[in-house]
Design a binder for this molecule. Structure first.
Ligand SMILES: [Zn+2]
Length: 163
């Protein structure tokens, strides 16, 4: 059973604010916003604001993108975007995760844009996530399989890529 550590209120403008709930996981701290668990180091402003000029018809992040859900999680918490979302975000938010906490690191990307050189700079994988959340995540992935409408959106986005 996770223990809530802190409630953090973030003002968006004069009229709106968001509340995030911070928890201490078995491996590391994380926070919850709109039902999604994020590693504590994942920038909240990225959840609230899509990248500038991001194509409006293309899915983005764990709310919308099936590949982010599949590849952007580690131990039950979201740690970074998938490689397609990362690319559409012009690598300003990391190079894109390819699963199990591993980030894309071939010739198509620049190491200086790596999540591990940005928001995960001071973090080690072993200090990320929560065992119970990991169980729930695995169960969810198994139950949802591939018959998800979101999958179709992602495929459309991938069709637009030139590789
Ligand atoms: Zn994605």
């Amino acid at each position: 059973m996770e223990t809530e550590v802190e409630t953090i209120t973030i003002p968006i403008n004069d009229y709106h604010e968001v509340i995030i709930y911070k928890y201490k996981g078995t491996n590391g701290e994380y926070y919850t916003l709109n039902g999604i668990n994020y590693d504590i180091n994942f920038p909240v402003e990225w959840i609230l604001h899509k990248p500038k000029d991001y194509p409006s018809f293309i899915t983005f992040g764990p709310n919308e993108c099936k590949l982010c859900i599949k590849n952007g999680y580690y131990k039950g918490v979201f740690i970074g975007y998938c490689k397609f979302c990362a690319r559409f975000a012009n690598y300003e938010r990391g190079n894109g995760f390819i699963g199990n906490g591993e980030e894309l690191s071939d010739k198509s990307v620049n190491d200086k844009n790596s999540a591990w050189n940005l928001y995960l700079q001071a973090v080690e994988l072993k200090n990320i996530g929560d065992n119970k959340l990991e169980e729930e995540y695995v169960l969810n992935m198994t139950n949802n399989g591939n018959n998800d409408e979101k999958n179709i959106n992602r495929v459309n986005a991938i069709d637009l890529m030139d590789d």
